[in-house]
Ligand binder design. Structure first.
Ligand code: 4NP
Length: 157
């Protein structure tokens, strides 16, 4: 029996990109009625327990998703058993995830953009230091990626 999809999105701080990826995935899954778990985490411990960056909260709200209750956390060993898929937002996150992955873990680990035909192998750039504009740009990248992921999960049963 195949497990219910459980998706973990991982960036560096878990306050900018991965909360937006989680929000986009939740919205895309709800739109097609896909039953899946979702969470996000950071590879770094900088923002544990903190809400997302206010710029991420604002962009998610613009797109109809409230992420103000999300709280930062760091990826941990048990995530590799709890989640069926772990998606890194950039290459550095991917390398760090692979470095801490327990041997023989069952989770599928990849870049989020590997889900988007034509954008395989590319990163979602870090918007943290760049003001407001990059956050709308981040949404415009993670939204189609989330839709592509949902479509794959919905059709792989
Ligand atoms: P994120 O962005 O990885 O998309 O959440 C960052 C958030 C915080 C920091 C760096 C990137 N920081 O250095 O605190």
């Amino acid at each position: 029996m195949s497990r219910k999809p459980a998706i973990l999105f991982v960036c560096l701080g878990n306050i900018c990109r991965s909360p937006l990826a989680e929000a986009a995935f939740r919205k895309a899954a709800a739109e097609v009625g896909l039953d899946a778990e979702a969470d996000s985490a950071g590879t770094a411990a900088y923002h544990i327990g903190e809400p997302p960056d206010p710029r991420s909260i604002a962009i998610a709200a613009d797109h109809g998703v409230d992420i103000s209750h999300y709280r930062g956390r760091q990826i941990e060993a048990r995530d590799f058993d709890l989640f069926t898929h772990i998606f890194a937002l950039d290459h550095s996150n991917l390398a760090n995830i692979r470095r801490i992955a327990p041997q023989g873990h069952p989770a599928h680990v990849a870049l989020l953009m590997d889900m988007v035909p034509g954008s395989e192998g590319s990163a979602v750039p870090d918007p943290y230091y760049d003001g407001e504009g990059p956050f709308e740009y981040t949404w415009r990248i993670v939204w189609p990626a989330a839709q592509a992921l949902v479509e794959r999960l919905a059709t792989s049963k």
